[in-house]
Design a protein around this ligand. Structure first.
Ligand SMILES: NC(=O)c1ccc[n+]([C@@H]2O[C@H](COP(=O)([O-])OP(=O)(O)OC[C@H]3O[C@@H](n4cnc5c(N)ncnc54)[C@H](O)[C@@H]3O)[C@@H](O)[C@H]2O)c1
Length: 306
């Protein structure tokens, strides 16, 4: 099939492109390289350097005629969304509308794209399920929550099917250190450079860390579920504290390092844990990569790239 991946030069998008090409699909990547990297793009993919807000997007898609679109391109940084809500809205909502209109105009069968755990905000009823009403605490979380409603209305009003994944904290090789799931890539960067690491708060805050291959597997499964529409968490339903993360790194890293505990950041969520029930029931899938294995592979990647 012909498949378009926006953000295919980024962390998650580039792994997804690799998997699609391995499955024999023809892939067109659209990316403006703002945070992505040209070298991450599989050499068998067509690469178009373009902004998702570009008026020519529909014409570009019409040339390629994708049956499916994976829309991974986004402004992904929570602090950036607080500094510049207009930019976050411009890329994540006006950019989304441009992508959705392009999908409609070329008759795409389905759009598959991420939302985020950020839509839940600081709810304390865990695990977080897709039916819970989110109270995002950042503009990034708000544009992701609004994304879900745009998808629903484009489906209801214009017949464009969608699957929207609420990714938990994704980690793995090629991750940048600016995005929302970046604590593992930040630790890896610093540790491979023999630097100490810092934790905000007491380190007992927990996150649901999901390895990038499991996220790609969810996207690939979605491709083979033509009738499935809606919002689905992609997670492990396991909470890992930052102190536990440090303990794992102590086993992996071949030198001593120190951890500095700094004042907790205002607005940081204490615990994030996403239910996997719908992922298991609807996609027939659960995350398979254990934290120790995923961390080892990720650290080796950062270590070898220096
Ligand atoms: N990494 C996580 O833990 C996580 C968690 C939840 C949701 N997500 C979502 O997953 C998606 C992929 O995130 P990622 O971590 O791979 O980030 P990333 O920054 O590595 O990838 C984003 C890609 O989009 C491109 N891009 C950004 N703005 C663009 C624009 N205006 N036009 C064209 N291309 C543009 C960037 O160059 C980059 O290649 C995003 O939608 C993000 O919000 C990520």
């Amino acid at each position: 099939m012909n498949i378009c991946v926006t953000g295919g030069a980024g962390f998650i998008g580039s792994h997804l492109v690799d998997a699609l090409i391995n499955e024999g699909h023809k892939v067109m990547v659209i990316d403006n390289l703002s945070t992505g990297c040209r070298d991450f793009v599989n050499s068998k993919a067509d690469f178009v350097e373009m902004d998702i807000r570009d008026k020519e997007l529909a014409a570009k898609m019409a040339e390629f005629k994708p049956e499916y679109v994976f829309h991974e391109a986004a402004q992904t940084m929570v602090p950036e969304s607080m500094k510049d809500p207009a930019f976050d809205c411009d890329v994540n909502l006006l950019g989304l509308i441009n992508v959705l209109n392009a999908c409609r105009s070329v008759g795409v069968k389905k759009i598959i794209m991420p939302s985020s755990a950020a839509v839940y905000g600081d709810l304390d009823t865990l695990p977080l399920t897709e039916t819970m009403a989110g109270q995002p605490s950042s503009f990034y979380g708000l544009t992701k929550l609004t994304t879900e409603s745009y998808l629903r209305i484009y489906h209801e009003a214009f017949g464009l099917p969608y699957i929207c994944f609420r990714y938990a904290n994704v980690y793995g090789p090629r991750q940048g250190n600016g995005g929302e799931g970046g604590v593992i890539s930040i630790f890896c960067e610093r540790l491979q450079a023999h630097k100490d690491i810092s934790i905000f708060g007491d380190g007992e805050q927990t996150r649901d860390f999901v390895y990038v291959d499991d996220v790609v597997a969810a996207n690939m499964a979605a491709l083979h579920k033509p009738d499935l529409v809606g919002v689905i968490n992609v997670s492990t339903e396991r909470g890992t504290s930052l102190n536990k993360l440090v303990a794992q790194f102590k086993k992996i890293v071949d030198h001593e390092f120190n951890v500095h505990y700094e004042e907790a950041r205002q607005g940081d969520i204490k615990h994030s844990l996403l239910s996997t029930k719908r992922m298991i029931n609807e996609l027939g899938l659960s995350a398979t990569v254990k934290l120790d294995k995923g961390l080892t592979t990720t650290y080796e990647y950062f270590h070898n790239k220096k």
